[in-house]
Design a protein around this ligand. Sequence first.
Ligand SMILES: [Zn+2]
Ligand SMILES: [Zn+2]
Length: 377
Amino acid sequence: MRRLLAISVAVIAISTAPAAQMGPDGKKGKPGRFDAYPTKPYCSVCLRKKKIDGPARSGRLMERDAQIVLDDIGSKRLVYIETEDFKLVSTIPGCRLSPSTAPRLLEELPKLRERFPRVKGKYPKLDGHQFAHLLALHMHRCKLEFWEIFGTRASSYSGYMNRKAKHEIYLFGRQRDYDRFTDRFTGKAANGGQEIILRNDDAIGFARPPPDRGGPNTWNNAVIHMWAHLLLECQIRNGFNMPSWLDAGFAHWFERRESTETNTYCFSESRNVGEFRGSSWRSRVRRLVLTNRAPNFAEFSEIRDLSSLGGIEHGISFSLVDYILAEHRVGLRKFLRELGRAKQLQHNATFKRAFGRSVPAFFEEWKAWVKKAYRGR
Ligand SMILES: [Zn+2]
Ligand SMILES: [Zn+2]
């Protein structure tokens, strides 16, 4: 029996800002552990074109026979890729890569060429099928990097909430297809992205087409943002204990490492979308700290409803995660472990045990770090 455990309706608002080429850490992305890449994912289009076949697919989507779901989408552009880790269904159009394409995405090209040797040049034009493979490769790398942060591997994850099962990601190239699909399979006509968690199967994410129809960076940012939300949820084991600052902060951090050109706000994330709209979040955070206008962490640390997190808090949450990933990774692992075990979220006590200082003390240390680390950003 199918039962929706939790449905959150999301609004993905993507704002555009002047392009910035580097990741938010100012460094070029380092390749992940490529050796662990899935080399032969199943792909419906590759199979049809008799290119490469992969391992047997699960045959299930939306907890139904996959074919029913794929037939319902019925797009000529339909691509269904299933790797060892996740399922990606896409109807997004092709695109041309360019010098302004996120460097981390460009780094997947050699891997893409193993499947498509005829994709030549530094900035090739990709059809929708090839672009879906590129995104799948990149999602996989991000997942490996995520596991690296937490010192985990595939066997670390168990069933249900910890999502050993494969995630399903749906990317729709046309708003119409998106609306029809979400209406049909979730009973909700949504004007934004959705995340659905089914009882016995996977967490399922939808990304609607970006308003500007999306170049590679817009799609990549939207996908990686959603992916970070889904991966973090597995990490915490108990999604109900997820503090919003951590949830939003992680998604923004992962997204902004790709490209700072667009910012994704999904799941009705912000009361006030647009406070952090531009490309230079770090300098904005630093200005807020220097002028004493940064909202007090203690006042929003316990919020568990993403839509109650304000626009400025999104920027601060991004920076708190930035600080934690730079300085407090051991504390972070402990924090998530404890959050997952707790029956009820006692945020501040858990935080103190994990990070060895109270929320207010941590906030003061973060401010001192921001002043130094973000100088000249
Ligand atoms: Zn394929
Ligand atoms: Zn989000």
